[in-house]
Design a protein around this ligand. Sequence first.
Ligand SMILES: NC(=O)c1ccc[n+]([C@@H]2O[C@H](COP(=O)([O-])OP(=O)(O)OC[C@H]3O[C@@H](n4cnc5c(N)ncnc54)[C@H](OP(=O)(O)O)[C@@H]3O)[C@@H](O)[C@H]2O)c1
Length: 296
Amino acid sequence: METVLVTGATGTVGSRVVNGLADCDVAVRAATRAPDDGQFRDGVGVAFDFEKPETWGAAFEGVDAMFLVRPPAITRVGDSILPAIDAAVRVGVERIVLLSVLGAEKNPLLPHRKIEKHLRATDVAWTFLRASFFMENLLKVHQREIAGAGEIVVPAGDGETSFVAAEDVATVATAALTEPGHARHAYDVTGPEALTYHDAARVLSDALGRPVTYEAPSLVRFARHSRRLGRDWPFLLVMAGLYTTARLGLAGRMSDDVERVLRRPPTTFQEWAERNAAAFDLGMSESADDSLNGDG
Ligand SMILES: NC(=O)c1ccc[n+]([C@@H]2O[C@H](COP(=O)([O-])OP(=O)(O)OC[C@H]3O[C@@H](n4cnc5c(N)ncnc54)[C@H](OP(=O)(O)O)[C@@H]3O)[C@@H](O)[C@H]2O)c1
């Protein structure tokens, strides 16, 4: 039986990959910096930190395939993630599926681009999942303002975003980790439609049964709002950069790669909103974790 190591196993996509792999004929190893937190069954969780090379040996031992997530906090991948890839390849990891970002091939500043380039230069069977903006960001980052004031406050103007459900990203990852035919493929993992935040607010209003508005706030208003919520400046700047990408019309590209891999259409924003409506109630906060991870 093959062994699959999932990095970012406690995160938005990795946790769903761990769940998806549970239905496959593989042994799953879930990498986390805190394996004693009881998140995984005995024998599944393994201590792993990209910034602590002493954790790599035990985590990589006997692994055939790896799901590779660049943690948002790691920007200097040359000091951590690239050497970890080399170590994994050295001990025999044959397949690496990377969670990348839509447009990574065109943006030399993105850490994902550096990781992609590095993987291409190895003998490993790589697959790149260039994911669009996760629908889950609205829950993880914006739940409080949507649940409270009934407003989406992001500086995305009237630009479109091809929102994708994290579950779809994870299902594509599970397929790429366990099925043949995905080696040396780069997939654009997007949703089935490109929506403005005006559209997203309308869909959320219907799903939640109460008004959700979007007024296309300026960067200044967004910054003031974010500071009031206690977001720090580095995080605020990352968000501003991301939503400016959408404002400039660079986040709406769509692809049929999800449908081609999964042989079913990707989740629509409406389906996702209806499924997650209860989670937008105040008190069910995922937003304490206030982390947005599409920062490239
Ligand atoms: N959000 C988006 O819309 C979007 C879109 C496209 C691509 N992306 C990309 O997706 C990636 C983030 O994925 P995600 O949202 O699934 O992750 P996430 O929910 O932010 O979780 C981050 C994960 O990284 C792990 N981690 C943190 N520091 C680590 C370290 N030093 N060594 C090893 N693991 C560490 C954490 O695990 P422990 O704390 O348990 O160790 C956690 O599981 C980023 O590269 C982002 O650019 C995001």
